[in-house]
Design a protein around this ligand. Structure first.
Ligand code: SF4
Ligand code: SF4
Length: 457
């Protein structure tokens, strides 16, 4: 299958009717799905969401809280121009959805910020530098083939310790902050470990599941995909990982690039429908939450609206499916103290908190420890730690301190971005802590591997 070309809307798509005054756009929102008035009115301004909003926690600014951002959407609807300041407050939102969990009035902030971001991307003239950096991200990350081309040079760079030398010489500090963040957040690359197109179930087949291999996950964390397929097979799933699958569109969706996200979503639906699977399993929280939103994303598309809704209902996070099925393969003991980190797109966006804990606690000898302030984002948030590196680093530092306070031997989560963000935050403190994806821990327990296989790497 040919990789799709970036089709994201940009300032060039701003409608002729919009008046730009310097960096002000009037009207703020066009008629194509502006943030909905009814959803805005659900907010009763109680402020219960404020203590869980990471940007409000950092700065104490009303306009950097969920309530403040909803107010900005409201005044945008009432005729206020979209200006630099307004866009900064929207850009600084991590999209972590902690406010959705905290809100007693059921405000659907996810739909509001998604609609707002689409308006910003379509209408607001970002600076040339910002556009160039975003173009780099969106022409690279959603395309596994392009990412794979980078593996060779990156491995060479990492093996030659050029990065360490450049860092010691202070050369990396001279890079623009965003490029420096990109360098720091690049994972250490191991061997490529492709997942077979079909992995047969061990014993009786209970389900035939499709597996999203992801873009970054497939190229930078192949061992997580390999572990995922083994665990699913051990618990009775035939695992189908279609070779032609592309990006699920999560990064594009969460950044407001509507047309691009829709194109990726249509392709994913076609791929997995053709594979005739019962369910589609996802091992990256951000991807899973986006795929569960396909019904909403494609609601205007007569050819896909119904299919997208049905597809979203079949999407499962790995831990969600394993707990739904119940374990078949015996779990061998792993006497390890584990700090479980709730990825925001798993806990807040998908409401999945109990399942990964239950799956881990089923391993004899394994102790799950809770991280203080678990509801506050680690600062990874899709591309947030690349486009907003300073607040992301502050949040990473805060999370790292909370993780260390647990006294755990191993940090476990379900999202590759969180692992990179926390590894980087711990390095800044001069600390090291073993980290693993939940699939790798379950796989080690199923295979009867020694704890050292997780702790000594
Ligand atoms: S999504 Fe996260 S950062 Fe954005 S307003 Fe809600 S809590 Fe704050
Ligand atoms: S979003 Fe919810 S919790 Fe926050 S102020 Fe509005 S109603 Fe209250």
């Amino acid at each position: 299958m040919t990789e799709q070309q970036g089709a994201g809307p940009g300032p060039a798509d701003a409608p002729a009717s919009a008046t730009q005054i310097g960096a002000r756009v009037l009207p703020a929102f066009d008629d194509h799905h502006p943030p909905e008035q009814e959803l805005i009115e659900d907010c009763v301004h109680c402020g219960f969401c404020l203590p869980t909003c990471p940007t409000y926690v950092l700065w104490g600014e009303e306009m950097d809280s969920p309530r403040g951002r909803i107010y900005l959407m409201e005044i945008g609807r009432q005729g206020e121009a979209m200006n630099d300041e307004m866009v900064r407050h929207f850009d600084q939102c991590l999209g972590c959805m902690a406010c959705v969990t905290a809100c007693p009035s059921g405000v659907q902030y996810g739909k509001l910020i998604e609609a707002t971001r689409q308006q910003v991307e379509r209408r607001y003239p970002r600076s040339r530098r910002d556009r160039a950096f975003r173009a780099l991200i969106f022409r690279l990350f959603p395309y596994p083939r392009r990412l794979r081309l980078l593996r060779g040079p990156l491995r060479l760079y990492q093996r030659s310790h050029l990065g360490t030398l450049a860092r010691r010489a202070g050369l990396l500090d001279r890079l623009p902050e965003r490029l420096s963040a990109m360098e720091r957040l690049t994972p250490a690359l191991g061997r490529l470990e492709p997942v077979p197109e079909v992995t047969p179930a061990t014993g009786t087949r209970r389900r035939r599941v499709g597996m999203l291999t992801g873009c970054v996950q497939r190229v930078f964390f192949p061992e997580v995909n390999a572990a995922t397929a083994r665990v699913l097979a051990a618990d009775g799933c035939e695992v189908v990982a279609p070779a032609g699958q592309g990006c699920c569109g999560a990064l594009s969706l969460h950044a407001g690039r509507e047309a691009e996200a829709q194109a990726f979503a249509r392709a994913a639906i076609d791929t997995f429908d053709a594979a005739e699977v019962d369910q589609v399993v996802v091992n990256a929280a951000g991807c899973g939450s986006a795929m569960k939103e396909y019904g909403h994303l494609l609601r205007d598309d007569p050819a896909y609206a119904e299919r997208a809704k049905a597809f979203s209902e079949r999407v499962r996070d790995l831990s969600e499916l394993l707990v739904e099925l119940g374990p078949v393969a015996p779990r061998h003991p792993l006497p390890i103290k584990v700090a479980w980190h709730d990825a925001c797109h798993l806990a807040h966006a998908q409401g999945i908190r109990a399942q990964p804990r239950k799956a881990l606690r089923a391993i004899p000898g394994l102790e799950v420890r809770e991280i203080p302030e678990a509801e506050i984002c680690c600062g990874s948030a899709g591309i947030y730690n690349l486009v907003e590196p300073e607040p992301a680093a502050e949040l990473g530092d805060r999370k790292a301190a909370n993780v260390l306070a647990t006294g755990a031997d191993l940090l476990v989560t379900s999202n590759p971005g969180c692992l990179l963000q926390l590894r980087n935050a711990l390095e800044r403190r001069g600390e090291r802590l073993a980290m693993a994806h939940v699939a790798e821990v379950l796989d080690a327990a199923v295979r009867g591997a020694q704890p050292g296989s997780l702790l000594d790497r």
